[in-house]
Write a new protein. Structure first.
Length: 223
């Protein structure tokens, strides 16, 4: 549903962590089709903007929200995240689930968010971490790059950059399996190059299940 190994149960738990005394400004970087931000707006009174470079996904998000409500509290922009953030005033909440590449990576996201969050503002991150060092074969399957860290290092980086980790959680095996299976079905329906997708699925079964994790961090800007 959220294009991440994230169940509805976990999503609702994450949203339950937020409390607001006034109308918060919320930005979702790499929002995709907007389902997480829309769920946020259905559980909290917010003013939100979802940003994604994919105009088709933004069109879908806008169309879906217009059918749910006539309220204009959410907007969705088809725009480069970095360009959007350059003109953004400080906000109360920033969300980035599985899309830190939109601003250059995890470390860059922490830096950018610190600039664009109010003091005591919240950053909700969903990102990959390594359960164990990845094999060379697995990295090759992923394009040869290794932009991720173990969980302790991932959280420590945020702490060292002036964030307080308020909540740390991890996707479980069922969430990962469901996410991968949904991706496989979607590719099977829309892409005739199934052999290429099988290479990824095979890599997930052989290496990924024991190597790649996904964590959710609720971070508060403390300084």
């Amino acid at each position: 549903m959220f294009n991440a190994p994230l169940s509805i149960t976990r999503a609702d738990y994450l949203l339950s962590l937020f409390e607001f005394s006034s109308l918060p400004q919320v930005v979702d970087i790499g929002c995709g089709d907007g389902k997480f931000l829309q769920r946020f707006a259905r559980q909290h009174v917010i003013e939100g903007v979802g940003v994604d470079y994919d105009s088709d996904l933004i069109h879908s998000a806008t169309d879906t929200w217009s059918k749910i409500t006539s309220d204009s509290n959410l907007k969705f922009n088809a725009e480069d995240a970095t360009a959007y953030l350059e003109k953004l005033s400080p906000v109360d909440v920033m969300i980035c689930v599985g899309a830190e590449y939109a601003v250059g990576g995890y470390a860059q996201l922490l830096d950018v968010a610190k600039t664009h969050l109010k003091t005591n503002g919240k950053l909700l991150v969903g990102t990959i971490y390594w359960k164990q060092p990845p094999s060379d074969d697995y990295l090759s399957l992923m394009g040869g790059e290794n932009p991720h860290f173990d969980l302790h290092t991932t959280v420590q980086m945020a702490y060292q950059m002036g964030y307080v980790p308020l909540d740390v959680g991890r996707s479980n095996d069922d969430e990962w399996d469901q996410f991968e299976s949904r991706s496989n079905r979607r590719h099977y329906q829309n892409n005739k190059q199934w052999d290429k997708r099988w290479q990824w699925q095979s890599g997930y079964l052989k290496w990924g299940m024991n190597t790649m994790g996904f964590c959710f961090l609720l971070l508060e800007k403390a300084s």
